[in-house]
Write a protein that binds this ligand. Structure first.
Ligand SMILES: CC(C)=CCC/C(C)=C/CC/C(C)=C/CC/C(C)=C/[C@@H]1[C@@H](COP(=O)(O)OP(=O)(O)O)[C@]1(C)CC/C=C(\C)CC/C=C(\C)CCC=C(C)C
Ligand SMILES: [Mn+2]
Length: 425
């Protein structure tokens, strides 16, 4: 009982080390202040992308603005009921987050913003909480932490707080105590999330996020959806098709993109719509997660998990047994080539959005995109043996990528008018 309870309270012991009794202190009264985000028009966009390897489900999110297309994405499930496709479900969250940004700016323009009510007693603890988030980030994601150094202190702290919450959430199902995690524990984690969005954080790290969501226009839905992804991981180990996999990738990684953009900010010179930038952010999460899945095929299979779409495996003449046998055959190579092509397609979608971000946020995003994308090259270099060889990007390649990413991050949206236009058409 104590172990289970501990994990409900404190999902990652490493993350909470040193917090001691402070974990049970509640930080009440953190106010909801109105945001700093600039206004971005939300326009329907209707670009149709052609990606041969992706079939219908890997379409660009940015195409989905028109009502007729929305309707076409309502599909019948086996019981004959009409259901939304994963893409449409996810797209609704994108619209909601983009609208929230617009609403916050309007409130600011109309002077409806509520003043900050921060109790003096919480200030010191809050700054300690953010410092701890920074430490965790530095420990778990060194390159990314380095990238946050260019951001303004407000943005830097906020992104650390989000990183820590995501890491703790992932550790619930992926960490050393994962076997103790039940759906009930995830429900408890979700009610803590609701509390912290209402200004009632449970522990110090929650307090940092509570403060962050009171300052930036971050919607709760992507956070709830990440927890939903963890629920999915508890009960599901196979994905019928790419539609099912897409939803999982959105839950566990696309959500990160949606959480991060309101913090990172969009460049004031950007001509792209808010929605298209969020679509690019979503695409980066999907691309990262697809890459993660392709890298970890063998490791996941040894845990009884196959994240690859079952229908596509069958079409390639492959089954779970071929994966468990860990043999790299021509069938496997050709199947993998298609999966890699799809992941690259999502990276390309994301790439377009990076230049639209505020200048100081471009470098960490560009670096993470370049580094994660190279894992796909490494899978190819390993002759598609992702059963027994782990594809990784060497330190020297990482070192080369950082200045490359930096150079790319210097390109501002104004010098990239054609790209902004391409994102809108
Ligand atoms: C600059 C940057 C990368 C910012 C994101 C910061 C942030 C809040 C990260 C949280 C990441 C996290 C801990 C997620 C929990 C779920 C998880 C672990 C997802 C996997 C990440 C890779 O981790 P790892 O290789 O350690 O995986 P293992 O657990 O070891 O298997 C994911 C594959 C996905 C994470 C998703 C992103 C980093 C998406 C980032 C997207 C943006 C920042 C949007 C950028 C905006 C535009 C317009 C392109
Ligand atoms: Mn993980």
């Amino acid at each position: 009982m104590s172990v289970a309870l501990y994990w409900v309270v404190s999902p990652t012991s490493e993350l909470c080390n040193g917090l001691g009794l402070l974990q049970t202190i509640k930080f009440a009264g953190l106010s909801k202040s109105r945001s700093l985000m600039r206004n971005k028009r939300i326009k329907n966009v209707g670009k149709r992308h052609k990606c041969n390897s992706c079939n219908a489900r890997a379409d660009s999110r940015s195409k989905l603005g028109r009502k007729s297309e929305v309707v076409s994405r309502v599909v019948a499930n086996p019981t004959g009921e009409l259901a939304l496709s994963s893409e449409q479900l996810v797209y609704n969250v994108v619209l909601k987050q983009a609208a929230l940004v617009k609403e916050q700016i309007k409130a600011k323009e109309d002077n409806e913003a509520k003043p900050d009510i921060v109790l003096p007693v919480t200030l010191g603890l809050l700054s300690e909480a953010y410092d701890r988030c920074g430490e965790v980030c530095a420990e778990y994601a060194k390159t990314f932490y380095l990238g946050t150094m260019l951001m303004t202190p407000e943005r830097q702290k906020a992104i650390w707080a989000i990183y820590v919450w995501c890491r703790r959430t992932d550790e619930l199902v992926d960490g050393p105590n994962a076997s103790h995690i039940t759906p009930k524990a995830l429900d408890r984690w979700e009610s803590r999330l609701e509390d912290l969005f209402n200004g009632l954080p449970f522990d110090m790290l929650d307090a940092a996020l509570s403060d962050t969501v009171s300052k930036f226009p971050v919607d709760i839905q992507p956070f709830k959806d990440m927890i939903e992804g963890m629920r999915m991981d508890l009960k599901k180990s196979r994905y019928k098709n790419f539609d099912e996999l897409y939803l999982y990738c959105y839950y566990v990684a696309g959500t990160v993109g949606l959480m991060s953009v309101p913090i990172m900010g969009i460049d004031p010179e950007s001509q792209a719509t808010t929605e298209s930038v969020y679509n690019a952010a979503l695409a980066l999460g999907i691309a990262n997660q697809l890459t993660n899945i392709l890298r970890d095929v063998g490791e996941d299979a040894r845990r009884g998990r196959v994240y690859l779409p079952q229908d596509e495996l069958a079409q390639a003449g492959l089954s779970d047994e071929d994966i468990f046998s860990e043999k790299v055959t021509d069938k496997w190579r050709s199947f993998m080539k298609k999966q890699i092509k799809r992941a690259r397609y999502f990276f390309d979608e994301a790439q377009q959005g990076v230049t639209q971000l505020s200048s100081a946020s471009r470098w960490p995003v560009s670096a993470s995109l370049l580094l994660y994308r190279q894992i796909l090259d490494e899978i190819e270099a390993n002759d598609y043996n992702n059963f027994t060889k782990r594809a990784y990007v060497s330190k020297s390649k990482k070192l080369v990528s950082l200045p490359v990413a930096y150079a790319k991050s210097l390109v501002s949206p104004s010098r990239n008018g054609a790209l902004s236009k391409a994102m809108e058409v």
